[in-house]
Design a protein around this ligand. Structure first.
Ligand code: FAD
Ligand code: NAI
Length: 466
């Protein structure tokens, strides 16, 4: 029986990063993974494949729509979907191999199979009808999340798909009906819309991207509508008739009322994700779950069972890869006796569409609700020189600062490369910086990031280019 300092169950961004950090700190570590490949949702069916398709489809769209006006004439692009899927697969393979390499480099044992917590210090690993018990001083549960399902609607991953099926369609659907205007719906909707699908999004709430700043979400919706997205807000899909050649979805107003039928070739269900705890044996082992089925942890990631910790999508908090990674580092450091910590007030969120949407800290709605007095500084990309010459002027930067102290409380950006631009705000906020700190920081010209500086100047009502 092998004995470890730490066994991590799950090798998504939470699990494998935790394993690497623990090995760096001198622990003898093993990871347990039930999938054929390492890397979890993120690398196999999440962040990475979706970003590969977003990149490829954006290039396809650019060639068709933006090249001619820049004086680059090319014939109309032709879609080779199998080649695009191959491009995606190469990206997945490259990243998965990268994690395998990291495990070897850090001398982390990879135990293939399904992990089960037998109790403090004992993990059972089962594969192909055989099982072994591994002894370990500590256990980290990093088993991630699974798709949320809609009652009465069966996902076959061919015509009614989750994000997993939507990443591997074998042809562009004529019409794609998306249930849920969250991150997955808007990202994967963008992919297929760029490749030629008609996209209709049905959303239960009266807005898209709940949780993001309302003003940003409104402008984003307008931009997506201009691109050709159709939204049906305040509505829900209650059933899908699969008997005919086209699918017939029943759509009802969320508040009740007459139903209508929307026909589609493919329906994508993306209404959130749920923690994945199947086969872990948590109840028998005495690991408590919270009322939403997530593994319950204390502020140090410890579960109700001694020596067992949990991180990532399987615990509370935003279901984001970088949140899982940071928790992986923190829990490894805590186990090693250090002061591991995650600052949940500064976790950026990015929607990788065109334009991108990025956000960190509080939204205007949250500040209003908390009764915090705040100042707003905004700067549009139409007034940013670099955006003007590139003719990519959609969007704006919005900075929310404390009215008394000028400390930056939230930054929200809609625009090209917004996902890269958000990080100077993250660093600033980690150091408790003010809008004036940002406004007085020299920014290279000409860059789109100058719009961030200008928005910070606008907090003090002294933007230069507006
Ligand atoms: P996961 O990545 O879910 O990994 C859990 C692993 O545990 C899996 O490999 C699973 O097989 C394994 N496992 C489960 N149970 C057992 C068991 N009993 N024994 C052994 N192994 C087990 N987040 C972002 O930050 N940015 C993005 O751009 C982004 N894009 C996304 C796009 C899509 C389409 C989806 C679905 C998600 C996306 N996410 C994104 C979310 C991101 O993928 C998750 O937040 C992240 O993967 C969570 O990491 P994790 O380590 O907690 O779990
Ligand atoms: P989500 O929580 O972002 O959005 C789900 C949407 O579906 C919400 O707007 C919700 O109001 C709506 N909804 C719920 N039930 C509904 C119903 N019955 N009918 C109509 N609408 C309904 O979840 P999503 O998009 O499935 O993504 C899952 C997770 O994956 C998210 O937590 C997200 O953080 C993560 N993710 C992150 C990405 C990124 O960081 N770029 C990309 C993709 C996913």
């Amino acid at each position: 029986m092998a004995t470890y300092d730490l066994v991590v169950i799950g090798t998504g961004p939470g699990g494998y990063v935790c394993a690497v950090r623990a090995a760096q700190l001198g622990m003898k570590v093993a990871v347990v993974e039930k999938n054929a490949t390492l890397g979890g949702t993120c690398l196999n069916v999440g962040c990475m494949p979706s970003k590969a398709l977003l990149h490829a489809s954006e290039m396809f769209e650019e060639v068709g729509h933006s090249f001619a006006k820049m004086g680059v004439s090319v014939s109309a692009p032709k879609l080779d979907l199998p080649a695009m899927m191959n491009f995606k697969q190469q990206g997945i393979d490259g990243n998965v191999k990268g994690v395998e390499f990291l495990m070897k480099k850090n001398k982390v044992d990879v135990l293939k199979g399904t992990g089960k917590v037998l109790g403090t210090g004992k993990v059972e690993v089962s594969a192909d009808g055989k099982s072994q018990v591994v002894e370990t001083k500590n256990i980290v549960i990093a088993t991630g999340s699974d798709i949320a399902r809609l009652k009465g609607i069966e996902i076959d991953e061919k015509r009614i798909v989750s994000s997993t099926g939507a990443l591997s369609l074998d042809k562009v659907p004529g019409k794609l009906l998306i249930v849920g205007a969250g991150v997955i719906g808007l990202e994967l909707g963008s992919v297929w819309h760029r490749l030629g699908a008609e996209v209709v999004v049905v959303e239960f709430l009266d807005r898209i991207l709940p949780g993001m700043d309302g003003e940003i979400a409104k402008q984003f919706q307008r931009i997506l509508e201009k691109q050709g997205f159709a939204f049906k807000l305040g509505a829900k899909v209650t059933g899908v008739d699969t008997s005919g050649k086209t699918l017939k979805a029943t759509v009802e107003p969320a508040a009740g009322g007459a139903a209508e039928t929307i026909e589609a070739d493919v329906v994508l269900v993306c209404i959130g994700r749920v923690p994945y705890t199947e086969a872990l044996g948590l109840k028998e082992a005495g690991v408590a779950l919270d009322p939403r089925g997530r593994v319950q942890i204390d502020p140090h990631f410890a579960t109700s069972l001694k020596g067992v910790y949990a991180i990532g999508d399987v615990v509370a908090g935003p279901m984001l890869a970088h949140k899982a990674e940071d928790e992986g580092v923190a829990v490894a450091e805590i186990i090693a006796g250090q002061a591991g910590h995650v600052n949940y007030d500064v976790i950026p969120g990015v929607v990788y569409t065109t334009p991108e949407v990025s956000s960190v800290g509080k939204t205007e709605e949250e500040l209003k609700q908390a009764g915090t007095a705040y100042t707003v500084g905004k700067f549009p990309f139409t007034a940013n020189g670099r955006s003007k010459v590139n003719q990519t002027t959609d969007g704006f930067v919005k900075i929310l600062a404390d009215a008394k102290t000028d400390r930056v409380l939230g930054v929200h950006i809609i625009g090209r490369e917004a996902g890269e631009m958000i990080h100077e705000a993250c660093v600033l906020m980690e150091f408790g910086g003010s809008a004036e700190d940002l406004a007085r920081t020299c920014h290279a010209h000409p860059t789109r990031s100058e719009a961030v500086k200008e928005a910070a100047l606008a907090v003090g009502k002294r933007a230069i280019h507006m």
